[in-house]
Structure formats: structure tokens, C-alpha cells
Design a protein around this ligand. Structure first.
Ligand SMILES: NC(=O)C1=CN([C@@H]2O[C@H](COP(=O)(O)OP(=O)(O)OC[C@H]3O[C@@H](n4cnc5c(N)ncnc54)[C@H](O)[C@@H]3O)[C@@H](O)[C@H]2O)C=CC1
Ligand SMILES: O=C(O)C(=O)Cc1ccc(O)cc1
Length: 369
């Protein structure tokens, strides 16, 4: 066993996140027990290999991981602190300030409690969507409170590391402001955008490309979970949405002026620059998103290859890129609706694209140029 987490670990709430924690810890040889008000969820989590059902006569857990919906998390954490007086208790709820405030108000001693939040998820929920590598390389926020003991903090950091994540220390309020900007507001924007597609006719949707897919990917998320997250982080999310509404109003006003004009020359002064600034500000923002290894985003070169839609073709392409001695930095697949071919956009280090293109053409691949 290589894990620093020795267990036993009790996972309370065995949906996507809880069962993913259990899967990885079980694979590391840790004794994991599963508990959930849904007996089906427990049985399913057990079946996928996340651990075994908790029993009333179990010995005491060393660590309890609460992975229940955010609105019930504080109550469940409190019950676990009281039920297991020797255990460290953490929770993984997406909002931290609300949970901590509720726990403080309850008066329960918090030395054995350390809130946390893995920045990893999927659009699907429940134990059947669990995967052991969900947290690999992802940030895991450790939102220690003033009351948290050093030992408890160490145990939760060790858990994050054992799950392959990268622990990041932040206090609860800073965490909530950060996730409002990088996770919660993007969810609202994506959902609202996707909702606008409901009335769009099929012919128009057939023209959709990767741009629309990129903007709406997370709109497939679970409505119940996100209702709970947004309600619990309303104080941090609302001002950002108000600022966004201001930006939208500026763009709408500019478009209204452009609409009234007969051509670019007659558009009122300042209108076009408003539009250009909106897009340029987006360029500036997107350049700030860290790249795949967490550092500043790198400018990769991209080679786009047509891949026949038949078994083994993508694997053959990847093998041949390796044989060409070029390191694949990233891979994006695009599917053209109704066509028997896909497009693989291969990101490579600057300076490598021309060589890779030549190698692939020589091997008979068709490139999109
Ligand atoms: N889904 C995601 O992408 C991420 C979710 N989180 C957080 O993880 C937590 C769990 O989310 P998911 O696993 O996605 O949800 P899920 O819906 O897959 O699973 C939640 C589980 O909690 C159980 N549950 C409900 N009430 C409970 C209670 N009172 N006590 C114990 N268990 C209870 C449910 O029966 C269900 O099995 C949430 O707090 C969420 O904010 C954190 C990071 C990412
Ligand atoms: O937001 C993201 O980028 C995700 O990867 C999914 C996610 C959803 C909810 C969370 O609390 C944390 C992460």
C-alpha cells in the first residue's frame, strides 16, 4: 500500500464524487466503508468497486469524507463529528463559507473538521459515473478553518494527494469568490446560452460547429446539484452576474445603434469600438486561463487530420504521431454531423507542426489546412 491515508475511511454520500473517492482509495488498498440514505446508491457504489457497505458494528473510521449535496452538508458533517469522536471529518461540497458558517452556528467543536473541494467533476452524477482517476492532476482546495487542528489538516491534504490531486490552501470566503468566477458563473452562462437553442430549428442546429459545443458543454450538468450550489454561493455569484449584465447591456446598446445606421460610416462614434473592446477583453481573459500543466497557457501549433470513422483509425494516427517522434500536447476530436469522418486537432510544440504534417502526408493521412 502506497497511500498515506491508512483508513478506515467512511464515505458518506456515495454519488459521483463519493464513489470516485472510494474507488481510488480501495485501489490503493485502503479499507473504505460506504454510507448513503439511498440503499441503491450504496449497493451500486459497492458494485463498481468503491468499498463495502458500512455496518453498525464497524470499528471507528479514522477519516470521514462527506460527499452529500451542499445544502445538507453542514448537518451531515456535524452528525459525523458527533458519531465518530476520534475521526477527522472533511466534506467536498462546492461551496465552503455557507457550510462553515452553519457549522459554527451549531456550536459543534471544529478542531477535527477541515472543509475541502476537489476541482474535478463530470456532467453525470451518481455512483455509476464514478471513475478512480477523476481527481488526477486537479486542484483540491483545503479550506482549513481557524479551529482546524494541524493533524486534521494534514490528514485531508494526504487524502487529496492519495487521490492524485494537488492540494491548494484557501480560506472559505476566498474559495467561494474564486469558484464563483471560474466555475459557478460559467455554469450559468453556459446553461442560459444552451437554453436559447431550444427554439432554434434543426436546419440551423445542423450548422453548429465546435464553437457552440465549447460554450455549451457544461450545460448538460445536473439541475438539482447546481440549484443547490448557486443558492449556497449567491453572495459571490450575484455581483459577477450583475457585472456581466452591464457588459451585455453595452453590447446590446451598441448593436441597437449599429442597427439604426445605413452603413459603417454612419454608425455613431464609439459604437464599433465598444464591440471591438468586448471581443478584445475576451481575448485578454481567455489568455489568462492556465495551460494543461497549470502554468501560463502555451501557444501550441495545431495540425488537423481527417480520421475515417472506422475502428482503430484514431489509434493508428496516434501511434504514427509517436513514430514520427513528435510529442502530442493535446488532442481535440470534432465530428461532422452525418459524415463518415472525424477531425483530430493535434496540438504540438511550436516548430513541430510542419515536420508532423510532412510525416503524416507521407503516410497517407489527409490534413485540413
Ligand atoms: N459533481 C461535481 O462535478 C462536483 C461535485 N462536488 C460536490 O460533491 C458533493 C456531491 O456531489 P455529487 O457526487 O456530484 O452528487 P451525486 O448526486 O452524484 O451524489 C450525492 C449523493 O449524496 C447522497 N445524499 C443525499 N442526501 C444525503 C444525506 N443527507 N446524507 C448523506 N448522503 C446524502 C445522495 O443519495 C447521493 O448518493 C456536492 O456537495 C457537490 O457540491 C464537488 C466537486 C465536483
Ligand atoms: O467547473 C469545472 O471546471 C469542472 O470541472 C466541474 C466542477 C463542477 C463542480 C465543482 O464543484 C467542481 C468542478
Amino acid at each position: 500500500m502506497t497511500a498515506a491515508t491508512t483508513g478506515p475511511v467512511l464515505v458518506v454520500g456515495v454519488g459521483l464524487i463519493g464513489a470516485s473517492v472510494g474507488l481510488r482509495l480501495t485501489a490503493e488498498g485502503v479499507d473504505v466503508r460506504l454510507q448513503d440514505p439511498s440503499r441503491t446508491a450504496v449497493a451500486l457504489a459497492r458494485d463498481v468497486g468503491a468499498g463495502r457497505s458500512a455496518r453498525p458494528d464497524d470499528d471507528e473510521p479514522a477519516l470521514v469524507v462527506v460527499a452529500a449535496p451542499p445544502d445538507v452538508t453542514a448537518g451531515v458533517v456535524r452528525a459525523q463529528l458527533e458519531a465518530h469522536p476520534g475521526a477527522v471529518v472533511t466534506d467536498v461540497a462546492s461551496v465552503k463559507g455557507h457550510v462553515l458558517a452553519e457549522l459554527r452556528a451549531s456550536g459543534v467543536p471544529l478542531d477535527r473538521y477541515v472543509g475541502s473541494h476537489p476541482m474535478a467533476g463530470r456532467e453525470r452524477s451518481g455512483p455509476s459515473a464514478a471513475v478512480p482517476d477523476l481527481f488526477l492532476g486537479r486542484p483540491w482546495v483545503i479550506a482549513e478553518a481557524e479551529e482546524s487542528s494541524a493533524d486534521a489538516v494534514l490528514a485531508v491534504r494526504a487524502l487529496a494527494v492519495d487521490l492524485g490531486a494537488v492540494p491548494v490552501t484557501m480560506d472559505a470566503d476566498a474559495h467561494d469568490a474564486a469558484v464563483a468566477a471560474v466555475s459557478h458563473v460559467p455554469q450559468v452562462v453556459s446553461s442560459l446560452m444552451a437554453a436559447r437553442l431550444v427554439g432554434v430549428d434543426d436546419a440551423a442546429l445542423g450548422l453548429a460547429g465546435q464553437g457552440l459545443r465549447d460554450v455549451t458543454r457544461i450545460a448538460a450538468s445536473d439541475p438539482e446539484l447546481w440549484t443547490s450550489i448557486l443558492a449556497a454561493n449567491s453572495a459571490a455569484v450575484r455581483p459577477l452576474l450583475e457585472a456581466l449584465r452591464g457588459d451585455l447591456d453595452e453590447v446590446i446598446d451598441a448593436l441597437a445603434s449599429a442597427d439604426e445606421a445605413d452603413g459603417p460610416e454612419t454608425i455613431a462614434t464609439g459604437v464599433l469600438v465598444t464591440l471591438a473592446r468586448a471581443i478584445a477583453a475576451g481575448n485578454e481573459g481567455v489568455a489568462r486561463i492556465p495551460g494543461k500543466h497549470g502554468g501560463a497557457q502555451r501557444a501550441y501549433e495545431e495540425v488537423t487530420v481527417l480520421v475515417p470513422d472506422s475502428p482503430g483509425e484514431l489509434a493508428r494516427l496516434l501511434t504514427e504521431i509517436g513514430e514520427a517522434g513528435v510529442n502530442l500536447e493535446d488532442l481535440r476530436l470534432e465530428h461532422a454531423a452525418g459524415r463518415q469522418v472525424g477531425m483530430a486537432a493535434i496540438s504540438v510544440l511550436p516548430g513541430s507542426a510542419a515536420r508532423l504534417e510532412a510525416e503524416l502526408v507521407e503516410r497517407g493521412w489527409r490534413l485540413v489546412v
